[in-house]
Ligand binder design. Sequence first.
Ligand code: FMN
Length: 414
Amino acid sequence: MAKEFRITLRNAGKIAPDSIDDYLREGGYQALKKARGMDRGKLIDEIEGTGKLRGRGGAGFNTGFKWKAAYETPSDVKYIVCNSDEGEPGTFKDRTIIENDPHTLIEGILIAAYAVGAQECYIYVRGEYTHCIELLRKAVQDAEAKKLTGGVQIHVVGGAGSYVCGEETTLLTSLEGYRGEPRLKPPFPTVAGYLGKPTVVNNVETFATVPVIVDKGAEWFSGIGAKEYPGTKLFSLSGDVKHKGVYELPTDAKLSELINELGGGVTEGHRIKAVQLGGGSCGFLTPDQLDVNLDFESARAIGASLGSGAVLVLDETHNMAEFARGTAHFFAHESCGKCAPCREGTSRLEEIMDDICAGGDLEKDVALIDKLGTLMADSCFCPLGQGASNPIRSAWKLFPEDFKSANAAGKKEA
Ligand SMILES: Cc1cc2nc3c(=O)[nH]c(=O)nc-3n(C[C@H](O)[C@H](O)[C@H](O)COP(=O)(O)O)c2cc1C
């Protein structure tokens, strides 16, 4: 694809994912060898300062900064945990990496383990991704057989089937065998993570990008894309576009290029109504906003978020109140129930959206959503509840007519 720039997905389609020999033939595990010959502090500096690699899981935190915190925390035991839970609605890019090139992920994890001094690693994989779990287990066995792991153990664990288990502290709690509920931060996982020990938690895409940075150099990497969010990013493009799929783009590419050029544009005979960028808890963009650059700062400047890189295109046939109602149902279903504002708030949001679509008092209902959303943003324990009202409020703000028509239709039916 002309606009694509493949770094993380460099081997996709070129190698058999279950063949370590194919990966080795393409220069695989050379970066690990190079990293192990480097001073640990220097390696972390490369990732942090020069490469400015930022997490690709949603929050965009500086990866090397995290590694440094774990490296500098004194402890006899340290862990690396790879977040492969991928529960964010509309996100399927981590799965694409694993299905095409599991060894690049293993290599990135082993480089991180060397950097911080960890002897044990976990890959927490979304439970439904059974094929990924099999591929990763084979990849680990093959890397061990070729004596590439250097005694570092990598465990592949199936996830617990809950959206909130993708949140890093919840993931660690789940990995420890408890019910998936978030923990208070600080202490951050880099200080007290898995079993209370310093732990680096990074996303699949983040780890999978590390071998290329080590191989080609951090300066090369930071010369690609946006200055403050360099490199490439994988986007999961879905909804009403001609060519749905995962695309890897330099971070100075535009959202319109992704949708119109790589995605082939909106489905024949339709027009774009809204685009949800970043995932299920993000607001909507309108067609006049699609020239935004695909880096964190540019998205933030227009009040959006890059999140996990989910891009959901919706055409004019969608009623956004009905869509928001579906979102409210999702959050009510996924709330872990640990804190009252989220447990009660997400259920109330769902009830209010049901009421709107059943012909209830629209004015009263939207005022309640606003009040409840603000309260939840201020008082929920973790970002799941804090952001649950975002898409609902955004849909109301941008498409009030849809709420009115869904409400009128509900009245007619009642
Ligand atoms: C509700 C919720 C779900 C999340 N789900 C995921 C996920 O599936 N995968 C992921 O990598 N990060 C997810 N995150 C973000 C993680 O908490 C964390 O920021 C990330 O794993 C850190 O890795 P990174 O720095 O490499 O991005 C989620 C966060 C929240 C609040």
